[in-house]
Design a protein around this ligand. Structure first.
Ligand code: C2O
Ligand code: CU
Length: 476
């Protein structure tokens, strides 16, 4: 039994703050031409008890932006209309699109000016949970609210009663409820990034989000971390969710890790949640990513007879996408050493052909990190590829995090397999487009460079990317 479109919409209307899900599936709009997506600035009321309205930036006057949904193999055509006064682009995080559709300003396209349009069109090659956001000044534009979810349905989706998206992010609001305009400060770049003071779940203030369920239901819950810097550590009280996908890609189903699942910026997890609580009860979905326990939302059981007596006995395993398997025996090795940041051992790095202290790089150049002992200005980062690969080359990237900070490292245009963490083979074989490197950790990832073009490789703490943790990998 799988959820019908109508059930999906009916439920979505019931979720606080979720204008998110009430969009038609992609195919329905495609017949009528490209799906228009309008970037703009608008007012949004976050606290139902206050008259304050916050100016946010986003798409189609919706926060987060509308859900774009397609079937695997279907063409998605989105016409971006820029009604902002700033230039922007759209990047399809995790989607293996042709390079010219990747939305990276000055690398894959010229930025879209105020009043201008750009058509993005590509085949949804992989099923899974993805998202879209600008790649232009993303540390500001994403922080202001520019993001939305993308779902690409499997040919044969697993049986669930409902499919739910929770887009997690945060906002930094002042006493008047307006966004603090302190984007891109070096002290955030060189630390944990710009952390908001208000977590939002599908645009609803954390704690107010409610997921109404009927006892016995099976939900597929897709969590997307769209925050610029906040790392979530997620738990669901009194339930045993099963992880079925990371970053949209199928994984061997396994229980949500005890103590919580770390979800860094850019990362996604798909869970199957069997709602086995009693009618009339509630359970909290919580975050403990920054120490304090924060309630993101509640699973609220309707006072209604259970839908079934136990968990639905249907298979949990997703059909995997067709990703090229890297062969480690013939892979070429590449190393990237990350250093810098405000905390930890002071380091020396090269910039403009001079070797200086990292403090000088921060103060004089507004950068905070080095890769392979070099800090690069943005124009250089975008014009000199960090790595040159041949189409079809098998690659191992060994990332050495010599900083005291965690970094969610993201590669465009490809998925990679995490093959070693601190030199040890991980318990499960996992595909990712973003991997969270803990402080002082070493992570080896492997992939086949099969998508031609110049691809960004960067930290998804967007202030870190702006502070130098960004480069490109050329495949030709
Ligand atoms: Cu989610 Cu380079 O981006
Ligand atoms: Cu980082």
């Amino acid at each position: 039994m799988s959820i019908t479109r109508r059930e999906f919409l009916a439920w979505s209307a019931a979720l606080t703050g979720a204008s998110l899900l009430d969009t038609p599936a992609f195919a329905k709009t495609e017949a009528a031409g490209p799906r228009l997506l309008t970037a703009g600035s608008f007012l949004r009321q976050f606290d139902p008890l206050s008259s304050q309205r916050t100016r946010v930036w986003g798409y189609d006057d919706s926060f987060p932006g509308p859900l774009l949904r397609a079937k695997r193999g279907e063409r998605m055509t989105v016409l971006l209309q820029n009604d902002l006064q700033n230039v922007t682009t759209l990047h399809w995080h995790g989607m293996r699109v042709p390079n010219e559709m990747d939305g990276v300003p000055h690398v894959t396209q010229e930025p879209v000016g105020p009043g201008m349009r750009f058509e993005y069109s590509f085949i949804a090659r992989d099923s899974g949970t993805f998202w879209y956001h600008p790649h232009q000044h993303s540390f500001e534009q994403v922080a202001r609210g520019m993001y939305g979810p993308v779902i690409v349905d499997e040919d044969k989706p697993i049986a669930v009663d409902r499919d739910v998206v929770w887009m997690l992010s945060d906002l930094k609001l002042d006493a008047r409820g307006q966004q603090v305009e302190d984007f891109g400060r070096v002290r955030d770049m060189a630390n944990e990034g710009r952390i908001g003071n208000q977590i939002v779940v599908n645009g609803a203030i954390a704690g107010t989000a409610k997921l109404e369920v009927r006892a016995g239901e099976r939900l597929r819950l897709r969590l997307i971390n769209a925050a610029t810097a906040r790392i979530f550590k997620l738990q669901i009280a009194d339930h045993t969710p099963t992880v079925i996908a990371y970053d949209g890609q199928a994984v061997e189903p396994h229980p949500l890790p005890q103590g919580g699942l770390m979800l860094g910026p850019g990362m996604r997890v798909d869970l199957v949640l069997d709602c086995l609580g009693k009618p009339g009860t509630a359970a909290a979905i919580t975050d403990q990513g920054r120490g304090a326990l924060i309630t993101l939302g509640q699973i609220v059981y309707r006072d209604q007879a259970p839908l079934r007596s136990g968990a639905l006995g249907a298979p949990l395993r997703l059909t995997p996408n067709d990703l090229p398997e890297p062969d480690l025996s013939k892979a070429t090795d590449h190393y990237i050493v990350f250093q810098g940041g405000m905390r930890g051992t002071p380091v020396i790095g090269r910039i403009d052909n001079r070797t200086v202290k990292i403090q000088e790089i921060m103060e004089k150049h507004g950068l905070a990190w080095t890769m392979n002992f070099t800090a690069e200005h943005e124009h250089a980062l975008v014009h000199e590829p960090m790595l040159q690969l041949r189409v079809g080359e098998h690659v191992v990237l060994r990332m050495l995090n010599e900083t005291d900070y965690a970094h969610p490292m993201h590669l465009h245009g490809h998925f990679f397999k995490v093959v070693a963490v601190d030199g040890k083979k991980p318990a499960r074989s996992e595909w990712r487009d973003t991997v969270l490197m803990q402080p002082r950790q070493t992570i080896d990832v492997a992939f086949v460079a099969d998508n031609p073009g110049e691809w960004m490789f960067h930290c998804h703490i967007l202030e870190h990317a702006a502070g130098g943790m960004m480069g490109t990998i050329a495949v030709d």
